[in-house]
Ligand binder design. Structure first.
Ligand code: SAM
Length: 219
């Protein structure tokens, strides 16, 4: 029998009291962490694909084994679907079937790839952030995507963004950060997937966790 996932534990019971400060501070300076050499190589390779394709792009950032990216590539045959994950082990555990021709899974760090892709103006139509690491300890706010200095590049990528998590506070904070950083209004909703899109969604749904999502049109 599959192990049930225990409920997430955090020392935070509502959105972080420093959220407003952190998001505003990141808006006021240019994030200049040097790019890893391998990020340039990985980006150049996918950038060539994006330019050659010439059509709309779907990003699945933190794609894990790419299960959702496979499904999206089947559902959107006229889009180029790019799944990015920093873990070689996760990418190597991709579903055991031939990848659709419009799908590419890439090992890469979103902190670098997003900045490079935003500068290159990729034509992103949809962007999925499916169950990002929640970093539930209060001291880890800046590791959550909305508390990270790369947040403005994530917004600059544009497209229809969908975030899913089993931690409501993560999604609520993300929604507040969208409002602060870009005056984007979004709703946080609880939902039940008809068919799980990812391994984490399957695990959480099977363990009876409530699931939350936010969808917003950027740019
Ligand atoms: C909780 S898992 C979710 C995986 C998948 N989306 C799912 O729902 O099954 C989070 C994933 O994000 C990836 N990740 C975390 N930080 C990342 C980063 N900076 N760049 C790329 N991937 C990252 C991790 O390697 C991990 O596979």
């Amino acid at each position: 029998m599959k192990k049930r996932s225990s409920s997430l534990s955090s020392n935070q019971y509502s959105s972080h009291r420093d959220l407003d400060d952190v998001v505003r501070r990141h808006q006021n300076f240019l994030y200049q962490r040097p790019f890893a050499t391998y990020s340039h190589r990985q980006f150049d390779r996918i950038n060539t694909l994006v330019n050659a394709y010439g059509g709309p792009v779907i990003l699945d950032s933190g794609c894990g084994n790419g299960e959702a990216a496979y499904t999206l590539a089947d559902e959107y045959p006229d889009h180029l679907v790019i799944g990015i994950d920093k873990s070689e082990a996760k990418i190597s555990a991709a579903p055991a079937r031939d990848a659709p021709s419009n799908l590419h899974l890439v090992r890469g760090n979103c902190v670098d790839i997003w900045r490079l892709a935003a500068n290159a103006n990729w034509p992103i139509r949809h962007h999925f952030l499916l169950y990002p690491n929640p970093w539930p300890k209060a001291k880890h706010l800046k590791r959550r995507w909305h508390g990270h200095p790369v947040f403005s590049s994530l917004l600059a990528l544009g497209g229809h963004l969908e975030l899913r998590s089993n931690w409501k506070i993560y999604v609520v904070e993300f929604s507040i950060a969208l409002e602060i950083a870009a005056a984007h209004h979004s709703q946080v909703e609880q939902f039940s997937p008809r068919a799980p899109l990812t391994p984490f969604e399957r695990k959480y749904a099977a363990s009876g966790h409530p699931l939350y999502r936010l969808r917003v049109q950027l740019s």
